[in-house]
Design a protein around this ligand. Structure first.
Ligand code: F6P
Length: 324
């Protein structure tokens, strides 16, 4: 292999720039050419490429977002789209592709490899931490710090006004952000899709806390949780079924995806970039690099996509004990 391409796809996450930098510099280290693809698979189809050298990626390890930009491409889901992408790669003599993204992006990479036998390697970049084969996805740690910072600020105003706050956090269908940030932010209750607390038990628990002397409370709600139809209905229910609390809702939204990557995410991105490039140079394909037991490890893309990440039951118990 003499030339590789790298792209970022799906929802962006802090640390993607650091990962691109790591891929580009590992290529330079091994005397391999590297090409950046803009706007994920969209750019692959349109041939929106730029040669990247070790110097092109200076000053970006600390930047949030992705300078290559990201997209969720509909055209790449079609055979014609993928055919165009393949022709563009061939025209540029590119012999392998590093995809930084989530499960949707990995599905695209796998289909692409199956059709054209083109070497692909995945780097898990998403704040949701919902990819099997790595204890941490890129951006998860930074997002947690962002959420905890927001909870701390909400707590200031919640306690000044004796209010109950429902704070909605991202995470798509999983509760990793909610559970971890909830514990770190001292939340009263944490509602996640993996565990159905039920409205009655929630009200019961909040009432119990009140009788033990709590004057304000924060409940973290994962966006994928199904306890209410949405967080505003949840608020209405609690408003109607609980006395003595002024209830407010705060939906944190996309601010959770931005910001400078944490030290942890920068180191993780650097390790993943090195491992991804060196694995593809060793002839590996259809894998995702991940962090397991403190080490870089390869997981087949198929498993990474289909495997379920499990919620840490110990964390659930800790959260229960902490809200005593
Ligand atoms: O997968 C990352 C994520 O931020 C999820 O947490 C969230 O559900 C989704 O993307 C939001 O997507 P969009 O940016 O397209 O609104």
């Amino acid at each position: 292999i003499k030339k590789l391409a790298v792209l970022t796809s799906g929802g962006d996450s802090p640390g993607m720039n650091a990962a691109i930098r790591a891929v580009v510099r590992t290529c330079a280290y091994h005397n391999i050419e590297c090409v950046g693809v803009y706007r994920g698979y969209e750019g692959l189809i349109e041939g929106d490429f730029e040669p990247l050298t070790a110097r092109s990626v200076k000053g970006i390890i600390n930047k949030g977002g992705t300078f290559l930009k990201s997209a969720r491409s509909k055209t790449f889901r079609t055979k014609e789209g993928r055919e165009k992408a393949y022709q563009n790669l061939k025209k540029e003599n590119i012999e392998g592709l590093v995809v930084i993204g989530g499960d949707g992006s990995f599905t695209g990479a796998l289909v692409f490899n199956t059709e054209f036998n083109f070497p692909v390697m995945g780097i898990p970049g998403t704040i949701d931490n919902d990819i099997y084969g790595t204890t941490h996805t890129l951006g998860f740690d930074t997002a947690l710090n962002t959420v905890v910072d927001a909870i701390d600020k909400i707590r200031d105003t919640a306690s000044s006004h004796n209010r109950l706050f429902f704070v909605e956090v991202m995470g798509r269908d999983v509760g990793h952000i909610a559970l971890n940030a909830g514990i770190a932010g001292g939340a009263e209750e944490i509602l996640i899709p993996e565990e159905d607390l039920g409205l009655d038990r929630l009200v019961e628990s909040l009432n119990r806390s009140k009788t033990t002397g709590k004057t304000s409370s924060i409940v973290i709600v994962a966006e994928g949780d199904k306890i209410g139809k949405n967080i505003f209905e949840l608020k209405d229910y609690v408003d109607q079924n609980m006395e003595g609390y002024d209830v407010r809702v705060s939906v944190l939204g996309h601010m959770q995806r931005g910001g400078a990557p944490s030290c942890f995410d920068r180191v993780l991105a650097s390790r993943m970039g090195v491992k991804a490039v060196e694995s593809i140079l060793e002839g590996e394909t259809n894998y995702m690099v991940g962090l397991m037991h403190g080490k870089m490890q390869l997981t087949p893309l198929e498993k990474a996509i289909k495997g379920k990440t499990k919620i840490n039951l110990e964390l659930l118990r800790v959260s229960d004990i902490m809200s005593t």
